[in-house]
Write a protein that binds this ligand. Structure first.
Ligand code: KIV
Ligand code: NA
Length: 283
């Protein structure tokens, strides 16, 4: 059993070792995340934004998630695989939540699911999914599926009332049986307070260093969507660990130039031979 499990994560948490998490959406990104030794590979509904070009995560469907989950599950053999429940797939009832979570495991090949929490009905959904035998990560702070009520992609927990809400939501999700909580876009002291109040790991994104682990979006940390001449939307908290968008642009421009100037394909890239007698017959 070489797959990372909840037990491995709990052991890291107990020893104070940071937990690593990165998103992936397809076979090649999953292979990369897995090879890098990342603990948790998240098929995030951020796929709607970084892969499908939507402005929000709201349009992402269960069918979208299942397609991406299946591709990721074929590429990652070691990382724990977590799939996001998309907007509209778990809010109606606990039955709907359990059914959607079950599909991410049975049809998508995931090991666990993540849902955006906070409200009492989300906590009930999380509890029901855990009771159905599916491990759940909660997600509080900036919950992108709630931008309609949050008034946009805004940091949370910046005043006492909002910080209390973040903490209470995290505690409620822990009580519901979640094995970890993603803390998105909250001030570092709020993340520190939540982390020390919980008995399960917090995984921060835009939440400062005082979390039990960190998560970033694959395309953001690689600067993959840094398309020259296009608007860039890499979040402020994301460090660029690569410059892949620029590298892709340079490679494609070079290819175009070499085709136009007939430098490509040179003899080195023209591998197939025909024997001399056939050349004479054929040509
Ligand atoms: O969808 C996503 O990528 C996420 C992470 C930012 C935690 O939910
Ligand atoms: Na998400």
């Amino acid at each position: 059993w070489k797959r990372i499990t909840l037990n491995h994560l709990a052991a890291k948490y107990d020893k104070g070792e940071p937990i690593t998490m990165v998103t992936a959406y397809d076979y090649p990104s999953a292979v990369h995340v897995d090879n890098a030794g990342i603990d948790i590979c998240l098929v995030g509904d951020s796929v709607g934004m970084v892969v499908h070009g939507h402005d929000t995560t709201l349009p992402v469907t269960m069918d979208d998630m299942l397609l991406h989950c299946r591709a990721v599950s074929r590429g990652a053999s070691r990382s724990l695989l977590v799939g996001d429940l998309p907007f509209g797939s778990y809010e109606e009832s606990k039955e709907q939540a359990v059914a959607s979570a079950t599909r991410l495991l049975k049809e998508g090949g995931m090991d666990a699911i993540k849902l955006e929490g906070g409200t009492p009905s989300r906590v009930i959904a999380a509890r029901s999914i855990v009771e159905a035998g599916i491990a759940v990560i909660g997600h509080v702070g900036l919950t992108p599926q709630a931008i309609s009520v949050l008034g946009g992609f805004r940091p949370q927990g910046r005043n006492a009332a909002s910080a209390t809400k973040v903490l209470e939501s995290a505690l409620a999700l822990q009580d519901a049986g979640c094995f970890a909580i993603v803390l998105e876009c909250v001030p570092s002291p709020v993340a520190a307070a939540v982390t020390s109040s919980l008995q399960i790991p917090t995984i921060g994104i835009g939440a400062g260093p005082n979390c039990s682990g960190q998560v970033l979006v694959y395309h953001d940390l690689l600067q993959m969507t840094q398309h020259p001449h296009h608007a860039q939307v890499t979040p402020k908290f994301c460090k660029a660990y690569g410059n892949i968008g620029i590298a892709v642009n340079e490679a494609l421009c070079k290819y175009r130039e070499e085709v136009v100037s007939q430098k490509f394909p040179s003899a080195a890239y023209t591998p197939y031979r025909i024997d001399q007698s056939s050349v004479e017959t054929f040509i």
